[in-house]
Design a protein around this ligand. Structure first.
Ligand code: PPE
Length: 306
């Protein structure tokens, strides 16, 4: 990966190479960590972070679910995030706050381990490549089910949940696909390995109900943008057949942004090209994040000091 200069570690800016942790860090062994993925985009008024408040709130919600007490207030995390972007002097970046159970005591029970908190930023282009954004990706229904709501809280963005994602992603790639689509334990469509999923049928936009998924902030943004464009949106139960018979489909995520899906399990989605609704949502979304779409300014936090 391309290194930048500074990483925020427990309240201080530390040189990239010096941001290290002990090998007996609890989270390394047991996945006891919560994190966020946030993007900062270039705008005419300098870099701006997209929906920073909502991401920080979700980080605190994830911590609450796993009974982790974060040692900073939300406002402090917001300031720290902006400061680390400023320190690295980048115009666009991906931001990764991570709070993890640190070094202290081994054994499953994390309560005796202090919470360490880091915020790193790096330059991250299109998640599945520029071509994926333009031409779409091929996806495969995974043989791995999304974690059950009573096994590992899919609503919380915990590191532990990402083993499930990693298994699904590796399987999909191994089989020649770009991305996995995970069903929930009842067989309904949940989400991608690192994205939420939408489909369009007869002009209506559908997305799985919020139960077995990470409640994506891009998902929420797309729902709001779609409604503002006059589209009907339904959060509902989705089956794999709904996806096979869709006119259009796409993934949403901070990293994936809006990535069209053109094939699922060897079946062409719609025309086999990114659809009209997907294109329209992509266009508006990219204007929104760059501060070019009136009415969405409150979603941007400008990095420059005021
Ligand atoms: N579901 C999952 C499982 C998920 O990981 C993400 C984000 C989403 C939905 C979409 O959430 P949001 O970013 O708030 O729209 N995945 C993050 C991590 C990707 C990675 O490879 O790391 C991301 O997009 O930042």
């Amino acid at each position: 990966m391309q290194e930048l200069e500074w990483i925020w570690v427990n309240g201080k800016l530390v040189r990239w190479q010096e941001a290290k942790t002990h090998v007996l860090t609890h989270a390394l062994h047991y996945g006891t960590a919560v994190f966020e993925g946030i993007r900062c985009y270039k705008t005419s008024q300098g870099p701006a972070v997209f929906r920073l408040d909502e991401h920080i709130r979700r980080l605190f919600d994830s911590a609450h679910i796993i009974r982790m007490c974060l040692p900073y207030a939300q406002e402090e995390v917001k300031k720290a995030t902006l400061s680390v972007i400023r320190a690295n002097n980048v115009e666009e970046c991906y931001i990764r706050p991570l709070a993890f159970r640190g070094y202290g005591e081994m054994g499953v029970d994390p309560t005796r381990c202090e919470v360490d908190f880091v915020i790193a930023v790096w330059c991250w282009g299109a998640y599945m490549g520029e071509k994926a954004l333009r031409e779409g990706v091929r996806a495969k229904i995974s043989s791995y089910a999304r974690s059950y709501i009573n096994s590992s809280s899919p609503r919380a963005k915990t590191s532990a949940n990402y083993l499930n994602s990693a298994l699904a992603k590796m399987e999909a790639k191994e089989l020649g696909y770009d991305e996995a689509i995970l069903l929930d334990v009842n067989g309904f469509v949940a989400e991608g390995s690192g994205e939420n999923i939408f489909y369009v049928k007869n002009g209506i936009l559908y997305t799985p109900h919020p139960y077995s998924i990470l409640l994506g902030i891009t998902r929420d943004s797309v729902i709001r943008i779609a409604k503002n464009l006059g589209l009907e949106v339904q959060e509902t139960l989705v089956t794999r057949d709904d996806l096979y018979l869709a006119d259009e489909a796409f993934f949403t995520g901070t990293a994936a942004e809006i990535t069209p899906i053109v094939e699922i399990d060897g079946r062409t989605v719609g025309t086999g090209k990114p659809g009209e609704v997907t294109r329209r949502l992509q266009e508006v979304f990219f204007r929104v994040v760059r501060g070019e779409e009136p009415g969405y300014e409150r979603w941007l936090s400008y990095v420059k000091e005021v």
